[in-house]
Ligand binder design. Structure first.
Ligand SMILES: NC(=O)c1ccc[n+]([C@@H]2O[C@H](COP(=O)([O-])OP(=O)(O)OC[C@H]3O[C@@H](n4cnc5c(N)ncnc54)[C@H](OP(=O)(O)O)[C@@H]3O)[C@@H](O)[C@H]2O)c1
Length: 287
């Protein structure tokens, strides 16, 4: 069992501390507003009077506050008390913010791991929760058991920026899926049809079937070569004109997917109509 401190007891930090307690780890907690520590102390957590005390108490010090600026201020306050500790920052931010914070933490004589939580607080501690980590390899290996308490722990290498980059890439994929759902729900509703039935019996299985093709598209994007397997881009670009027309006819705005359709047409105009859809990566990432 390890001694772990959790700094920041909002919805997420409290869930993290709860999971540590449930797993039997000695858990010290600190929050700017002290009252939020009460329920955790009742369940067996130790209360730190200051963030410096929290840093002193834990071999592993987890930060989960609103933004990196808040973490910087707290790390500055704890200062030398962090020496010899492993700082695990689970606050959301950018890859560059993670790299800058890692430099500050290492200068204090601590190890740094950045993490991206792919879960909402009630999922923490369940097999459905995924947490991405990057930074010190030795610390990830040494504290893997603690980190797995929060959910499936996936390590992405020693560049601290990789966890937030992959976190944001996953969110990007999620919002793309939500965009498709929103547009199709609006279309079905505009026709007075059953949006819930459509979603459950048709859309979810359809998206699951289409997701099966993503690894092949990923291989093409990695290679930079886009052989069309039965559905070339020119054919798809022609079909999106029908989609846009349907939106206009139904009184449904087409603004959500219009940028995607414009990219498809541009790629065809550039002479890639016989290739596959994954070639749009070339327009998005210009190298
Ligand atoms: N909730 C989610 O679904 C979720 C999912 C993935 C990742 N995350 C990330 O987890 C982090 C925390 O989210 P949350 O849901 O726990 O947010 P939250 O419930 O709003 O809690 C925010 C926490 O940050 C603390 N805080 C804010 N500014 C501070 C400062 N200047 N100094 C010290 N403490 C400060 C707050 O302290 P007070 O109590 O004193 O205000 C509170 O403990 C965020 O970076 C978020 O993006 C959240």
């Amino acid at each position: 069992m390890s001694s772990v401190s959790v700094v920041g007891l909002g919805a997420m930090g409290s869930a993290l501390a709860d999971a540590l307690l449930a797993a039997g780890h000695t858990t010290t907690v600190w929050n700017r507003t002290p009252a939020k520590a009460e329920p955790l102390v009742e369940r067996g957590a130790l209360r730190a009077a200051t963030v410096t005390d929290a840093a002193t108490a834990g071999e592993v010090v987890v930060f989960c506050v609103l933004g990196y600026a808040d973490v910087h201020a707290l790390v500055d306050t704890a200062g030398a008390a962090l020496s010899g500790r492993v700082v695990v920052n689970l606050t959301n931010g950018s890859p560059q913010e993670a790299r800058e914070l890692a430099v500050k933490v290492r200068a204090l004589g601590a190890d740094y791991l950045d993490g991206g939580i792919m879960a909402v607080p009630p999922m923490i501690g369940s097999p459905q929760a995924l947490v991405l980590y990057s930074g010190s390899t030795a610390s990830f290996e040494a504290h893997r058991e603690v980190l797995q308490v929060f959910g499936r722990a996936v390590y992405l290498g020693d560049d601290p920026g990789q966890a937030p980059l992959h976190d944001l890439a996953l969110l990007t994929g999620m919002y793309g899926m939500f965009a498709g759902f929103l547009q199709s729900a609006a279309l079905v509703r505009s026709a007075g049809a059953d949006v819930e039935g459509f979603t459950t019996t048709l859309l979810v299985p359809w998206l699951a079937a289409m997701a099966g093709g993503l690894p092949q598209m990923a291989a093409e994007a990695a290679e930079g070569a886009y052989p069309a397997a039965g559905s070339n881009l020119a054919m798809q670009a022609a079909a999106v004109d029908t989609l846009a027309g349907l939106g206009r006819a139904q009184g449904v705005s087409t603004e959500l997917l219009a940028p995607l359709f414009a990219l498809m047409r541009r790629r065809v105009e550039d002479g890639h109509g016989e290739e596959g859809l994954a070639g749009l990566v070339e327009l998005l990432h210009r190298g």
